[in-house]
Write a protein that binds this ligand. Structure first.
Ligand code: SF4
Length: 747
């Protein structure tokens, strides 16, 4: 069944011989290169690859502990069918599983049309995985309902880049970190979520004493500890702050009038709107001193090489696109783009969120940054796929939350979920559960089982994971790395692209999905990028085996492109960048007398997403074995909450129960809870019981960072299912020496 099986490098080595191979970290968008020690069919050690330009040999604890996450334990090994809801899963052979899926899909499409089916993928997927399912949904089934959890990660950044520069794509490289003298870090706990990037910033600080770091975050995180200036703003007030900073730059004549006049449009309206934000007005909105806002603006204005980095605190918002646009406006106003050490860099959460954008893995996109609503783009793609153009739907498909709303309302009948766990990661979990119960067919294609999502599956399909499949990933700086297949998948697990191709063949599309291997998928995709901003015709597996490359890379002799827009021509029709209006207030749920506090959610040190992988490593669980709620001492006193005591946290949607961490490291009026736990760990351990479904109107990215809550103390509750757990409220921040950067042995 698997042509790819012949590509496995691990055939017949001596059982105890150690082989070192190069690989790539499957966790976050930093995209670190790894050196992997293999013995037989297991990973026995992981080190950083000193030759990889994303990390130069450093790795964090998550990568160091990758070994125990592979192998058969806790893995989904065989296809299973659940013939009736509430019934048991029954192991079946692959042909039977695929025939069942094809029959049910045909039935649903015949009765309700192609938009009654939807696929929900993941930034964990390889570019080849994305390509095959995207081609199947949009080119052959006739629906644009292929979206991914990247919608929850960086859709707002992609929308803001597109609005400003004409197309998506971060303009800078990590090497700009070593050239910058000002780091504006907004809504990102880089120290925990992108630790190797933070390490590079720390090193730059050490080597350039004049370099400055400004952190904008409601929490005093380890990233904020690095800052010369930390602005602990009220969640959702970013636009007020960034607009006031722009106004100060205007008043102090720190903008680059020449660059603005020659290379941009839309300045007057943006400038005039920003000037309405005095430091005092912004201080009132943001809850920080006016003088701190002035200092931030002047520090930004005086710097020569300005690099801005942002992440979920900006993107996961009902104003996420506007917030990201406000950051980009600062760069356009000061001409800080297209030059060494300058530019706006959105840090992607997942290892191949960037690749997903490039290959069209969102409901409004087609490969090569094309759009489904553009007739010329549809025609180009239809030609390449050899299908009638009418097969490609012009309407944007359902995006993440919309997709689950449609399933809960009965409009989407079949949900195919790949390499992600929405029953933990999506906001408003009641909605997600309703969708999973109400859909007529739920296919879950994953490496692990059980998960909160796989519990709802009618059909379970076992997927290979890192490092059991070969393909390409793109990191936050547009760098493509080949992830090699180094181990045999356990049981009957197959590469995700291969499952997609086999299913397509069962649907009758044998010619178009007759891929021999992942390389042939990549070759077909790369031809589609010709003459697009993400042109990678010069990239091949052969070249990538020698080292990673940054796009665009249009020819085999092309060295790749570290920095975009160096000629100051943008991908807009007139070549000028666009200033974008950002509005004046953030949308989103506001606190009131019933729900007087604001909740923001996020990650804990060393955990990855919904813990299907990192949750299996005891060493990674040490920092936070249970969910918790951070609350300011004054808010705690008002609510009668004590440090270490249990609290009930309620929003308009649900209940969360955890121990309180009373800490001055969070702003007054704001609470924080990690989102990693789902209801399977205990029905009230899921922070996404609380979060709201509101979303950005442009990017359609949900507002995971802000909802209104109340907090009340409870005696140790018995409502949590298996084990609510307790922890001492010990310091959860890093002791000296940054253990998250220490690669420990797990052999
Ligand atoms: S920072 Fe850590 S998790 Fe992210 S890619 Fe690098 S090693 Fe992996």
């Amino acid at each position: 069944m698997s042509n790819a099986l012949s590509l496995c490098e691990s055939t017949a080595p001596a059982q105890d011989a150690i082989r070192w191979r190069r690989s790539y970290c499957p966790y976050c968008g930093v995209g670190c290169g790894l050196n992997i020690a293999l013995r037989a069919n297991s990973v026995v050690k992981v080190k950083g690859d000193p030759r990889h330009p994303a990390n130069f040999g450093e790795i964090c604890a998550k990568a160091a502990h990758l070994g125990p996450t592979v192998g058969a334990a806790g893995r989904l090994l065989y296809p299973h069918i659940r013939e009736r809801r509430g019934g048991a899963l029954r192991r079946v052979a692959w042909p039977q599983a695929l025939a069942y899926a094809a029959a049910r899909m045909r039935e649903i499409i015949a009765a309700h049309g192609p938009d009654a089916v939807a696929f929900y993928g993941s930034g964990q997927l390889l570019t080849e995985d994305y390509y095959v399912f995207n081609k199947l949904a949009k080119g052959f089934l006739g629906t644009n309902n292929f979206d991914s959890n990247s919608r929850l990660c960086m859709a707002s950044a992609a929308a803001a880049y597109t609005a400003a520069f004409g197309t998506d794509g971060p303009p800078v490289s990590y090497e700009d970190i070593e050239l910058a003298d000002l780091f504006l870090i907004v809504g990102s706990n880089t120290a925990w979520c992108h630790p190797i990037t933070l390490r590079r910033i720390e090193k730059r600080r050490q080597s350039a004493p004049d370099a400055r770091v400004i952190v904008i975050d409601p929490r005093r995180t380890e990233t904020a500890d690095l800052a010369d200036l930390h602005l602990a703003i009220v969640p959702g007030s970013d636009i007020a702050l960034l607009s006031a900073m722009l106004a100060i730059l205007v008043r102090e004549r720190m903008v680059d009038e020449g660059f603005i006049a020659s290379h941009t449009v839309g300045w007057d309206a943006v400038r005039d709107a920003a000037l309405a934000w005095t430091p005092q007005r912004a201080a009132h909105a943001c809850g920080v001193p006016a003088q701190a806002i002035v200092e931030a603006a002047l520090t930004f204005g005086r710097a020569r090489h300005r690099l801005s980095l942002w992440s979920m605190g900006v993107n996961q918002s009902s104003s996420g696109t506007a917030k990201a646009a406000a950051i980009i406006n600062l760069h356009l106003a000061t001409g800080s783009i297209g030059k060494p050490g300058c530019g706006p860099l959105a840090l992607t959460g997942q290892p191949n969120a960037m690749g997903g954008r490039e290959v069209g893995g969102l409901a409004h996109l087609l490969p090569g940054y094309r759009r489904v609503d553009n007739p010329a783009h549809r025609a180009e793609v239809a030609r390449h796929w050899r299908v009638p153009v009418a097969r490609l739907s012009p309407g944007p498909g359902l995006a993440a939350i919309e997709l689950f709303e449609a399933a809960a309302e009965g409009r989407v009948k079949a949900l195919w979920i790949i390499a992600t766990n929405p029953a933990v990661s999506m906001p408003d979990l009641d909605l997600v559960e309703r969708a999973l119960r109400y859909a007529q067919l739920v296919v879950v294609q994953d490496s692990y089982h059980p998960t909160d999502t796989s519990a709802f599956a009618d059909l379970l399909l076992p997927a290979a994971q890192w490092p059991e499949k070969e393909g390409v990933m793109t990191n936050s700086e547009r760098r493509l790395t080949l992830v090699p297949r180094l181990l045999d998948p356990p049981g009957e697990a197959l590469a995700d692209w291969e499952i997609g191709a086999l299913f397509a063949r069962h649907m009758g599309f044998s010619t178009a999905f007759g891929f021999a291997d992942s390389e042939s998928v990549f070759e077909e995709y790369k031809a589609l990028t010709a003459h697009t901003p993400v042109d990678i015709r010069g990239v091949s597996y052969e070249r990538l085996r020698k080292g990673p490359l940054q796009w665009p890379c249009p020819a085999p002799e092309h060295p790749g492109t570290p920095r975009l827009y160096v000629d100051l021509r943008f991908n807009t029709p007139d070549g000028r960048a666009q200033f974008n209006a950002v509005g004046s207030v953030d949308a989103g749920e506001k606190p009131d007398s019933l729900f007087p506090l604001v909740l923001t959610t996020g990650r804990v040190r060393n955990q990855w997403h919904t813990m299907t992988r990192t949750g299996r490593v005891a060493a990674l669980m040490k920092a936070a074995p249970e969910p918790y709620l951070e609350i300011h001492p004054l808010d705690a006193a008002e609510a009668g909450v004590t440090d270490g005591g249990f609290v009930e946290v309620r929003s308009r949607r649900g209940l969360f129960v955890a121990q309180a961490r009373v800490t001055g490291e969070i702003a007054r009026g704001v609470c924080f809870a990690p989102f990693h736990w789902g209801r399977a760990s205990g029905p009230f351990k899921a922070a996404n019981n609380l979060t709201a479904r509101s979303r950005d109107p442009i990017s359609r990215q949900p507002e995971l960072k802000l909802c209104a809550i109340n907090v009340t103390p409870v005696s140790r509750p018995d409502i949590s299912g298996p084990d609510l757990g307790t922890h001492t409220n010990r310091a959860h921040r890093a002791p000296a020496g940054r253990p998250d950067l220490v690669a420990e042995d797990f052999e």
